[in-house]
Design a protein around this ligand. Structure first.
Ligand SMILES: [Zn+2]
Length: 368
C-alpha cells in the first residue's frame, strides 16, 4: 500500500502511553504492535513519532468568528452579556450568510488541525443552530450543538423545535437565567436524551447549589469555584470545560492543578472565536505553560485526557479515544520525539508537525 504510513515511537490514548508502531491508511488505524514487527516489506513510508486519537474542542462559540478586530478592552460582562453585550450586537448586525461563512472557515481550520469534534454553545435560537449545522456539513468536524432558546420566559414549543436541530441546550449562567427557565430547559433536554449545559463561576463565584440544580451535564469555566465547590461538582459527576486563554484575556486563571488534585472530569475549550483562534494546540500549550508560570504545575497527562479522552466519555463514545484496529478512532500522527509523549503533545504539537497518511475519510456521516 503505497499510501500507508508507519509511525514508529509511541502510542498515546485513553489507556496511557506505550512504545510501538501504528500503521495508518486513509485516516484509519490498520495495524499496531511492537516496533520491528510490522508486516510491511520496506516500501511503506516510515516516520518516528507519536500517534494519538483526534482531539475534541470542549467549548466554543463559533458564531463569534464573525469578529475581525481586536476585542475592546472592556469587562467581560460588557463583552458577552446577553442580550446587548458587544458580542450580541455583533451577531445581530451580521447577516446569516456572513455568519455561516465565518463559522465554516473556523471549522475548516479545525479540520486542518486534526480536530474531530467541537462542543459549541450556539446562540440565536433555532436559526442559529440550523446555521451551524449547515456550516459544519462536509467539513469533517462534527458539531455538537448546544443551542440557546431566544424567548423568555422560555417557551416549550421553541425548546422542542430547538432540540429537533441541536444536541442539547447551553445557557448563559444562573445569574442570567431563572431557576424556572433552567428547570424547564433541563427537563426538556433530558426527556429527549439531549444535553443540558451552562456557564458557571466565570468572573465571580456563584452558589454551587444553584448551578447544580437542576443537574447539568456540563459546566463551563468554574474559574472562581472554591475547592469545596469543585468537590461538589465531582460528587455530582458533572464534567467541566475550562478555557484558560479566554479567562486570561480578562485577568483570570482557573487553577488546573487544583482541578487535577480533586479529580475533576475536565474538558478543554477555546471559547469565543472572537478572542482566539479555535486551536486546541494553542490551548493545551497555554494551559500547561501558565501552570508553570504561577508555580501551580499541571501534569501533561491530565491535560491530554481533557482534550483526547474525557470528551469522548462525555459523548458516550469512549472507544473513539482508544487506538484499536477496527475501532472508530481517527488516529493522528505527529513527527515529534516519542520519549515523553504526553508532554510533547501538550507542549509542542501543532498541525505543522502532523503527518498525513493518504486522503482522510470524510466525516459527512458523522456531522449530523
Ligand atoms: Zn462560553
Amino acid at each position: 500500500m503505497a499510501r500507508d504510513l508507519i509511525v514508529e515511537g509511541s502510542l498515546l490514548d485513553a489507556d496511557g502511553a506505550r512504545p510501538g508502531y501504528a500503521r495508518l491508511r486513509a485516516g484509519r488505524l490498520v495495524e499496531t504492535g511492537s516496533i520491528g514487527t510490522d508486516s510491511a516489506r520496506g516500501r511503506v513510508r516510515r516516520v518516528r513519532g507519536i500517534v494519538v486519537p483526534s482531539p475534541v474542542n470542549g467549548h466554543t462559540h463559533l458564531g463569534d468568528a464573525v469578529a475581525t478586530r481586536e476585542p475592546p478592552h472592556v469587562p467581560l460582562s460588557e463583552m458577552v452579556r446577553p442580550p446587548d453585550g458587544y458580542k450580541f450586537r455583533l451577531l445581530r448586525d451580521t447577516p446569516p450568510r456572513a455568519k455561516r461563512a465565518a463559522m465554516r472557515r473556523a471549522l475548516e481550520m479545525m479540520a486542518r488541525q486534526g480536530v474531530a469534534a467541537t462542543i459549541d454553545f450556539r446562540e440565536e435560537g433555532v436559526p442559529g443552530a440550523r446555521l451551524l449545522r449547515s456550516a459544519g456539513r462536509g467539513t469533517g468536524v462534527r458539531t455538537v450543538i448546544l443551542g440557546r432558546p431566544i424567548r423568555r420566559p422560555v417557551n416549550p414549543a421553541e425548546i422542542a423545535r430547538l432540540l429537533a436541530v441541536a444536541d442539547g441546550i447551553g445557557l448563559s449562567s444562573v445569574g442570567e437565567e431563572s431557576e424556572r427557565s433552567r428547570e424547564i430547559v433541563a427537563r426538556a433536554c433530558h426527556h429527549r436524551g439531549k444535553r443540558f449545559a451552562l456557564h458557571a463561576s466565570e468572573s465571580t463565584r456563584e452558589p454551587v447549589d444553584a448551578y447544580l440544580d437542576p443537574r447539568p451535564d456540563l459546566l463551563v469555566h468554574l474559574a472562581k469555584a472554591t475547592s469545596d465547590d469543585l468537590l461538589r461538582v465531582v460528587d455530582a459527576g458533572v464534567a467541566v470545560a475550562v478555557c484558560p486563554r479566554s479567562n486570561a484575556l480578562f485577568g483570570r486563571r482557573p487553577d488546573l492543578a487544583r482541578f487535577e488534585r480533586l479529580g475533576v472530569r475536565m474538558l478543554l475549550g477555546t471559547d469565543n472565536a472572537m478572542f482566539h483562534s479555535p486551536s486546541i494546540w494553542r490551548e493545551l500549550e497555554f494551559a500547561y505553560v501558565t501552570g508553570r508560570l504561577v508555580r501551580r504545575p499541571v501534569r501533561p497527562e491530565f491535560l491530554f485526557r481533557a482534550a483526547f479522552v474525557h470528551p469522548y466519555e462525555w459523548l458516550g463514545e469512549p472507544e473513539r479515544a482508544r487506538l484499536e484496529v477496527g475501532g472508530p478512532v481517527r488516529p493522528l500522527a505527529f513527527r515529534l520525539p516519542p520519549d515523553d509523549p504526553a508532554y510533547q503533545i501538550v507542549a509542542r504539537a501543532t498541525e505543522h508537525v502532523m503527518v498525513r497518511a493518504g486522503p482522510s475519510p470524510t466525516a459527512s456521516g458523522e456531522s449530523a
